[in-house]
Design a protein around this ligand. Structure first.
Ligand SMILES: NC(=O)c1ccc[n+]([C@@H]2O[C@H](COP(=O)([O-])OP(=O)(O)OC[C@H]3O[C@@H](n4cnc5c(N)ncnc54)[C@H](O)[C@@H]3O)[C@@H](O)[C@H]2O)c1
Ligand SMILES: Nc1ncnc2c1ncn2[C@@H]1O[C@H](COP(=O)(O)OP(=O)(O)OP(=O)(O)O)[C@@H](O)[C@H]1O
Length: 444
């Protein structure tokens, strides 16, 4: 049975039925509502429109008309918010570099050279100025709350941007001062589903958990995310909050180096629902999905298949299916390798396997992995998604996982590789050791 095809088909139909509407919106009561009924596909692309990317562009918002900016969104009706358009292109270190030469496949004299590689440094160039920023903040932090109100004021007064925040944050801002009336928010999940059609840039203020939170809010395409570090460990938060004005100034002007962080799309398939086309909605993870034994004292027993080929049976505490961005999180703690986030792959990392020969694997990004709880399993298994939303898997249930088509584009402070290396040096003190002195034995 083609698990992936079966599940994705029914889910796509579901998304299509909640198709979002066009880029034009009215401001009503601090919220944005659609203006027209022009259909936009679930990936944010208006029907029958032309793609604006050139030959080497990999993605773009459709070009939207420039519009006037609204100054008080809560009280001024009939003002429109339009998304800024941008273009992504592969970025080479100069025409003469080796990287450029290797972009070509050559069959000369029977020699094959490297094909175009998929994950080079990506550069985002705005084609029209960004107009709308969504700020997401870690809750219960005074430092975050203070920075958020300062940043909102600066973005409004110095950059004339439309600003969205979560309902909780809008309430907090208004408790501080009625000045923040212009800040917009949403009232229900349907409005959250349409946020990607309005927001040009997402700013996160917190740690890695806030970046995961931001990614989780976008069930489809994700606008570029600018993660500011206000946590203790920041593998995905390269921007220092003290310098937010300089960073945002440069990001709003562009071009920006970005890391396209791949996500995994996970479907829980219930044994009882196998004959039924109805399945649970997919869950997208930026770090990992974990299938473990939960509170059960029995070994977990999980049958794993990769594109319908049997991989192995996990007997131990469980299994982590991780993205490369998540490779420095739980997977690392379970003995998995650290992988550069631009490497397209899925990490298959056992948790405390009972067999000593069970070493972690890295699988290519195009495979579909199915983890099945066998009918003869002694206990249940539990799946959790980026450390949240635990779901019980009974014998006969399965989890099907493949690469999602919607990555999370995060802005780089420098570039993808420097940011990754800095995060493992600063976050983990990776391979930090005092250098040996000359004062000792020498080879003769
Ligand atoms: N034993 C472990 O190491 C362990 C156990 C459970 C969960 N986790 C991780 O916690 C994540 C959830 O994070 P949270 O902040 O919501 O929960 P949290 O508040 O419990 O923090 C978990 C820690 O993991 C770090 N972290 C998160 N993503 C990371 C990444 N990609 N690379 C390196 N470190 C990362 C965070 O900075 C934080 O210090 C899960 O996705 C999982 O990877 C790790
Ligand atoms: N906007 C949000 N709304 C609700 N919860 C959030 C939000 N942003 C983050 N969280 C949750 O708050 C928790 C802590 O967030 P985060 O990891 O960003 O901060 P931290 O724990 O201080 O950072 P670090 O782990 O680096 O010390 C996480 O569990 C995360 O899911």
């Amino acid at each position: 049975m083609n698990w992936r095809g079966h599940v994705i088909c029914t889910w796509r139909e579901k998304l299509a039925s909640t198709a979002v509407s066009s880029e034009e919106h009215l401001i009503e009561d601090g919220r944005v509502v659609p203006l027209t009924n022009q259909t936009v596909l679930s990936d944010g692309t208006p029907e029958q429109s032309e793609r604006c990317c050139g030959e080497h562009g990999i993605c773009s918002h459709e070009v939207l008309r420039d519009g006037e900016r609204d100054c008080d969104a809560r009280v001024v009706p009939n003002k429109m918010i339009r998304k800024a358009s941008f273009k992504l292109s592969w970025c080479c270190k100069g025409e003469k570099s080796d990287q450029k030469k290797h972009d070509v496949v050559s069959f000369e004299k029977g020699n094959i050279t490297t094909a175009e590689r998929s994950s080079k440094q990506i550069s985002l160039k705005w084609e029209s100025p960004p107009q709308t920023v969504l700020i997401l903040t870690k809750p219960n932090s005074t430092a975050v709350r203070m920075l958020c109100s300062e940043m909102v004021r600066w973005l409004k007064e110095q950059k004339s941007l439309n600003i969205f925040v979560e309902p909780r944050v809008r309430t907090e801002l208004l408790t501080d001062s009625s000045y923040y009336q212009f800040v917009q928010t949403w009232e229900n999940d349907n409005e959250v589903l349409r946020l990607h059609t309005k927001v040009d840039v997402v700013v996160t203020l917190g740690g890695d958990g806030t970046v995961l939170w931001a990614a989780n809010m976008f069930k489809g395409p994700v606008p570029p995310v600018v993660p500011f570090s206000l946590g203790s460990l920041g593998f995905m938060t390269p921007f220092y909050s003290e310098h937010y004005k300089e960073y945002l100034d440069s990001i709003l002007r562009g071009p920006i180096s970005i890391t396209l962080r791949h996500r995994l799309q996970c479907h829980v398939i219930r044994d009882a629902a196998k004959s039924d086309l109805e399945t649970e909605e997919p869950i997208l993870v930026l770090n990992e999905v974990t299938i473990d034994r939960g509170i059960s004292s029995f070994l977990s027993n999980l049958e794993c298949y990769c594109d319908n080929s049997f991989v192995t049976c996990v007997q131990g505490d469980g299994l982590i299916l991780s993205t490369t961005s998540g490779s420095t999180a739980y997977s690392l703690a379970a003995g998995g390798s650290m992988v550069h986030p631009q490497v397209p792959g899925i990490l298959f990392t056992p948790i405390c396997p009972h067999s000593l020969s069970f070493r972690p694997l890295i699988l290519p990004e195009h495979v579909t992995i199915r983890v099945q709880v066998p009918f003869n399993s002694r206990g249940h298994a539990w799946a959790s998604f980026d450390g949240k939303d635990r779901k019980k898997l009974a014998p006969g249930d399965a989890l099907v996982c493949s690469m999602a088509p919607w990555p999370v584009p995060t802005a780089c402070q420098s570039d993808s590789t420097s940011d990754f290396l800095r995060s493992i040096h600063e976050g983990l003190h990776w391979n930090l050791r005092k250098t040996q002195s000359f004062d000792g034995p020498r080879e003769t």
